[in-house]
Design a protein around this ligand. Sequence first.
Ligand code: SF4
Length: 196
Amino acid sequence: MIEKQFQRLSDEVGSCNRCGLHEHRSRAVFGTGNPYAELMVIGEGPGEEEDKQGLPFVGKSGQLLDKILGAAGFSREENVFIANIVKCRPPENRDPTPDERTTCLPFLLLQIELIQPSIIILLGGTALKGLIDPDGKITQVRGKWMKWHQFHVMPTYHPSALLRNPDLKKDVWADMKLVMQKYRELVDPEHQSPHI
Ligand code: SF4
């Protein structure tokens, strides 16, 4: 059931030309993972590699994200769905503009509505601004639970920020520990991570 709705939505995203980002894309990047996941991860937008492959988080940032998720006992194949605020690559990897974010947002809202995750992780300032608070600052809110509609939302740093500044890794790990704790509380008390 969800799969069919996802396919229709994915087809719509693939042929979307609602904003200027469609002009330079190779492929729109709908999202990937388990549509029945209780954990959803939301990033900013596709980069060069993602644009080529049509999948989110497949470059260096994606490899780091998979490591972080894996350390917390999660994987995109089993218990996570990963999507972005905008589905098409902004040229030169610039930040998506507020207009582009707003134009693309209905696709993400539909994805959230279909998946109904218990927990959402927002990766970076663009995800925070695009979904919850246009004036939000990731440095101020990371590591603190937010309630958005019925969803428990954890903002944290984007993996690309960790690649630029490895000192931030300890903050993200602290945030992931909170996510594991909440996941055990809301979804699976037996959830195992290789570390905790
Ligand atoms: S970024 Fe979103 S709104 Fe803009 S063209 Fe791509 S799918 Fe459509």
